[in-house]
Design a protein around this ligand. Sequence first.
Ligand SMILES: *Cc1c(COP(=O)(O)O)cnc(C)c1O
Length: 457
Amino acid sequence: MNTIIEPFRIKMTEPLPTPSKKQRIAALKKAHSNVFLLDAEDCSIDLLTDSGTGAMSTKQWAAMMLGDESYAGSSSWKKFYATVHDITGFKHILPTHQGRAAESILATTRLKKGDIIPNNSHFDTTRANIEFVGAQAHDLLCDEGLQNNLDAPFKGNMDLNKLESCIHNYGAKRIPFVMLTITNNTGGGQPVSLQNMREVKHLCSKHAIPLFIDACRYAENAFFIKQREKGYADKSLKAIAKEMFSLADGATMSLKKDGLVNIGGFLACNNDQWAQDFKNLLILKEGFPTYGGLAGRDLEAAAVGLMEALELEYQEYRHATVTYVAKALDTLSIPYVRPAGGHAIFIDAKAFLPHIPPLAYPGIGLVNTLYTEGGIRGVELGSVMFGKIDKKGNEIPAPLELVRLAFPRRVYTQSHFDYILETLDTVWKKRDKIGGYKITYQPTFLRHFTCHFKKIP
Ligand SMILES: *Cc1c(COP(=O)(O)O)cnc(C)c1O
């Protein structure tokens, strides 16, 4: 059989909201033209994020009933520890309520003002946590990753020359650790090869710099390695994941991605002293080290989900969905980041709306039109999210203007995706009429979440 089918059937349904176009226009106005401020019930298809939006399996729901809610040393914690340890090999594992809590503990305990943290591309919360403690987040993505139209297998790789000059320029002492984001969410959900990981690790070891993995989509990355990297076709996803983690000194993880749960995260490492520092802050900020801001039932569901994400059938289905959408976009000539990543399609808003300059936020123009046309909620990954303000107060645009349509795990069916494609086609045909935006309110950090926009007339 050539048809890849969903490796599950549906046992419980949830009604889909269907606001009219008039209602959508009114809702967006009320949300200050920022889709983050829309009510979920105003969205028909919610592709804002794949984070915590997935559907759990029967095995996960059943596991939740086994949740041991003891404050310390619960049996749920033991299952969680055993699973994460089995996959990652890390000695110390600290549960957190989300990935960003793990990042915050890592940044607060390991960084000081003036430190430099290189990454292939920092995710927004990672960057914000690093900058919050006065350190600098540097993106050292390979050049291939910056070319939207280039079809290359591992566009999430770190540029080793850039890393070498970064270490040379700032000195290893100012670099408490290097990070690799797997897959590279910000750069289009693109994978990092094991070869690149080994080379990064080698360079880090030479300068005695620890390596941390931002492991949110470790299972999708393992699937790409199996498909694309020489020598891995016959390896299991779990074996590949183990090899990835064996190269790192620690990891941060959002279980809301490849943990296949709705909330959770962890911070892991091998170093005893770091673990002690992490634990002290964890107790202050999150909770006792055997639950860390999560219920016992959450730990149970995550322990099952982490293994389900490594099932080949599941990854084949997930990638088939992304490929299905990508092929349809090819037919419609809609520009997107190639090849399609693991968890989303990233539409190239700069190419889609070339008449809108970066600082009039073409991504916002596209996101807002997708919402008013079809009730589809996507997210801008461009100058609003990643733009910078220089010393003179000028806004510097981001290198890429993307709109991410993230696919929640095991949630939408193929006809939902056909509807998304039809909406995209409608918006594409009227692209000349789409205009830019200006920001009328913004906070200091992570502005995209809460800022207000106004259409430029
Ligand atoms: C989602 C995500 C995070 C942050 O995790 P949260 O659970 O949302 O706090 C960090 N890095 C990457 C790559 C992510 O995708």
